[in-house]
Ligand binder design. Structure first.
Ligand SMILES: Cc1ncc(COP(=O)(O)O)c(C=O)c1O
Length: 382
C-alpha cells in the first residue's frame, strides 16, 4: 500500500495509467556520475531540488557527498529545512519579502540548518538584513551574477555590483559569502560545443568578478555555478567552489537533444495508455496535466514536440505533437500501428515540471515497482 493508501502494484504493467516513473538504477547512475564530476574537479555539489522535490532523492544525493541542497521558493526550501535531513540550504531565488526570509531563518535555527540566500538588489539586502536582525541572527548571502540568461543577477559591468557586495559585507546581520550564477541560456544551445563555450565563458566572467570584488577588499569564499548542460559538458572548473545542477538527476528529451545524455540515461518517464486513435494521431491518457506544456527550460525551446513516446511498434520514438489537458497526441508516422489499450513510455521535454505535477514518483527497477516516493515539495509557489 502506498503513502496514500492505494494498493501498490508489483509490475509496471499492473499500474493504473498515467503514472510518473523513476528508474532506480538510472537515477543512481546519474547521481553517481555528477558526484564523480564534482569530486574529480574538487568542487562541492549542492544539487537543486527543484527537479525532484523529493526528500528521498535529496537523501540519496547527500549520501553520495552533496554538501546540502539548493531550492527556489521559500516554501520549497522550508520542506527540506523542516525534514531535519539536510544540513545546509541555499535559496537560489531573489527573495525580497521580510516575512518569508524570517520564516526561513526561524526554521533553520530550529532545525540547525545552515541557510544561504541569494541577493541581486538593494531591496534584497534590506529585506535579508531586517529579517536577520529581527531573528537575532547572521545570514549568509550570495550576490547573483548574470552570465547571459538575463533573468536574475547583476552583470559583471553593472555599476550596482560592487556597491551591492560592499553593502552586504558591511551589514552586521549579513555575511557576504560569494558569487553565484545560473547559465540557463545553455538550454538554447544547438549542440554540445556551444555548451562548452558557455561554461568556459561563465567561468571566465566569475573569475573576473571574483578578482574585482577581492581587489575592493572583500573576500569571496564561494563561487557557485549550476546548470545541468554546462555541468555535464564543461571541462573548465577553475576557480569554482560549488555546483548546483538539478535536472541531471532525471534528465529528459531536452538533455538528449543537447547531446549531454542518451535515451538510456533518462530516469524519469510517464507510462500512458492509448485510449483512442484516428488516421492522424494515437491519443494517450497523459496530457498537459501530466506532461506540462513546457517546450524546454526557461522558454528556450528548440523543439516543436512535448516529448517523445517509446512504443512497442516503432524502433524510433514517436513525437508528442499536441496536448490537451487530459490527452497526449502522438503523431502517426511510418507504418507503425498502435492499438487502443497499448501502453507507451513517454520521455517529457522537461522533467522538472512533470515531477511538480505528480503526487508521487513510482520507483521502478526493470519492470518491477519497488517504491513510491512522495513529491513533498510540489506546488510550493510562495
Ligand atoms: C538558480 C538556479 N540554479 C541551478 C539550477 C539548476 O539548473 P539545471 O536544472 O539545469 O541543472 C536552476 C534551474 O533553473 C536555477 O534556476
Amino acid at each position: 500500500v502506498d503513502y496514500r493508501g492505494s494498493v501498490v502494484s508489483t509490475t509496471i504493467d499492473q499500474l493504473e495509467t498515467p503514472q510518473v516513473l523513476v528508474d532506480r538504477e538510472r537515477l543512481i547512475a546519474n547521481l553517481d556520475r555528477m558526484q564523480q564530476i564534482a569530486d574529480s574537479h574538487r568542487v562541492r555539489l549542492r544539487p537543486h531540488i527543484k527537479t525532484h522535490k523529493s526528500i528521498d532523492i535529496a537523501q540519496l544525493q547527500l549520501e553520495r557527498g552533496a554538501v546540502g541542497v539548493t531550492a527556489s521558493k521559500a516554501e520549497e526550501a522550508l520542506v527540506f529545512i523542516q525534514s531535519g535531513k539536510v544540513p545546509s540550504v541555499t535559496v537560489a531565488y531573489p527573495l525580497i519579502d521580510v516575512m518569508k526570509i524570517e520564516r526561513l531563518i526561524t526554521d533553520s535555527q530550529r532545525h540547525d540548518v545552515e541557510l544561504r540566500l541569494v541577493i541581486d538588489s538593494d531591496a534584497g539586502v534590506t529585506a535579508a538584513a531586517a529579517a536577520a536582525q529581527r531573528c537575532g541572527s547572521r545570514v549568509r548571502g550570495f550576490v547573483e551574477i548574470d552570465v547571459g540568461l538575463h533573468r536574475c543577477g547583476v552583470s559583471e559591468d553593472d555599476p550596482r555590483l560592487l556597491p551591492l557586495v560592499t553593502r552586504i559585507a558591511a551589514e552586521p546581520h549579513l555575511e557576504f559569502v560569494g558569487i553565484l550564477s545560473h547559465a540557463g541560456h545553455a538550454y538554447a544551445a544547438g549542440e554540445r560545443d556551444e555548451l562548452v563555450q558557455i561554461a568556459t565563458q561563465e567561468c571566465a566572467i566569475l573569475n573576473r568578478v571574483r578578482a574585482r570584488i577581492e581587489n575592493s577588499g572583500v573576500a569571496v569564499h564561494e563561487v557557485s555555478v549550476g546548470a545541468t548542460p554546462t555541468a555535464l559538458a564543461s571541462e573548465t572548473f577553475d576557480g569554482l567552489t560549488e555546483m548546483r545542477p538539478g535536472n541531471y538527476a532525471f534528465l529528459d528529451a531536452t538533455a538528449v537533444r543537447l547531446g549531454i545524455a542518451r535515451w538510456e540515461n533518462v530516469a524519469l518517464s510517464i507510462v500512458a495508455t492509448v485510449v483512442s486513435a484516428n488516421d492522424h494521431y494515437w491519443i494517450v491518457d497523459a496530457g498537459s496535466k501530466v506532461l506540462s506544456s513546457d517546450l524546454g527550460a526557461h522558454g528556450t525551446a528548440n523543439t516543436q514536440s512535448y516529448g517523445v513516446a517509446f512504443t512497442p511498434v516503432s524502433a524510433n520514438p514517436l513525437r508528442i505533437a499536441r496536448l490537451s489537458e487530459e490527452h497526449g497526441w502522438i503523431e502517426r508516422s511510418g507504418d507503425a500501428n498502435l492499438r487502443i489499450g497499448d501502453r507507451v513510455r513517454i520521455v517529457p521535454n522537461h522533467a522538472c515540471p512533470v515531477a511538480n505535477l505528480a503526487d508521487q514518483l513510482v520507483v521502478v527497477s526493470g519492470s518491477n515497482v519497488v517504491a513510491h516516493w512522495p513529491v513533498t515539495a510540489r506546488g510550493k509557489v510562495r
